[in-house]
Each structure stands twice: as C-alpha cells, then as structure tokens.
Design a protein around this ligand. Structure first.
Ligand SMILES: [Zn+2]
Ligand SMILES: [Zn+2]
Length: 178
C-alpha cells in the first residue's frame, strides 16, 4: 500500500461547515473536526480512525489506528487478519495488528496519569465491542461518547453504553459498512 497516494483522498478532512459562522460551529463539531485530523495518522488502512478525549473543553488525550508501540506496522509488514465468528455464526475479518484509536487514546491517558472521569470521547464510528473499546470506555469513567456515524455492528456496544448510562450521540445519520 502506498500511503502517500492513499492520503490524497483523505486530505481536507476538516468538515466544510457551509454557511455557518465560526461562532456557530458547535463544540461537538469542533472536536470532531480535530478527531478527523488526528485520524489521518493511521498506519492500518483497515482502520483510518481517530479519537479525541475531552473534559471541560480541554483535550486530555488523542489516538489513531496504529500497531502496539514498538511493534512493526501494517504499512511495513502487512495486515494480520483474524476471522472472528459471533454467536450467530456470522464471520467478520479484523486486522489484529492494529489497535483502535480509542485504545491508544485511553492507554496514553493511563500512562500520563490523566483521569478520564466525566470526559467525552470523540471518534469516527461507534466504538467496537470485539476489541473491547466500548467496555474499556465504560471502565475508564468516560460518560459521553460522540461518534461521527454508526458502525454496522453497533448494537452490542450500544447496549454496553446503555447499561452504564453513557450518553451516546451520532452527529451524522448514516451507517458505516465495511
Ligand atoms: Zn492492519
Ligand atoms: Zn475498537
């Protein structure tokens, strides 16, 4: 994969807010724009997602789709595809070399002694269930999750959030399938 070429179609990811005046751009749109730019650092093209964690208007941590620290990256050594079967024998493919953006952002906060209680997490799609992003978000004390759009298999994660009284908001009204 040639990232340089691939990046072309992903530049300009700051959303065009059209006729909105700067002061009319909501706080959620503002941080989602930052989240899109953060996500452009991806090293696995099966992810291409970013994450920004915010409290009281301040960014506490960021993350993007990347391999574990010091491990070789998908860009260099290729993906590590696992086939995962759910309880309905529905099979999906996942690159296990990469970590989700949310995991990197939460891990970074832990390393820096940053408390995530009552924070808001911004990310591209519904945080996943299969790699336990949703569960880890609950465990970390984050209380609000803002996604650009819904992931096709969002239901298990949505239930985890519901049980934990976490506010889940989608800024756009369409479903990401891949
Ligand atoms: Zn990969
Ligand atoms: Zn995930």
């Amino acid at each position: 994969m040639n990232k340089k070429e691939n990046t072309l179609e992903h530049t300009g990811n700051i959303k065009d807010h059209g006729y909105l005046k700067p002061q009319d751009i909501s706080r959620d749109d503002y941080f989602m724009d930052i989240c899109r730019v953060v996500g452009e650092k991806w090293t696995c093209d099966r992810g291409r997602s970013g994450c920004v964690i915010v409290k009281d208007g301040n960014i506490l941590s960021t993350g993007y789709v990347d391999a574990a620290e010091w491990s070789p990256k998908c860009e260099e050594v290729g993906h590590q595809i696992w086939h995962v079967q759910d309880e309905h024998t529905h099979e999906t493919e996942h690159c296990m070399r990469n970590w989700c953006a949310e995991l990197h952002a939460i891990a970074h906060a832990a390393r820096e002694w940053i408390c995530l209680y009552w924070a808001t997490l911004y990310t591209k799609m519904t945080p996943c269930y299969i790699r336990h992003c949703a569960q880890l978000i609950v465990a970390s004390g984050i209380t609000r999750v803002v996604c650009e759009r819904k992931y096709q298999d969002a239901k298990p994660s949505e239930e985890v959030f519901k049980h934990a009284w976490i506010e889940l908001l989608y800024l756009e009204n369409w479903i990401e399938k891949y």
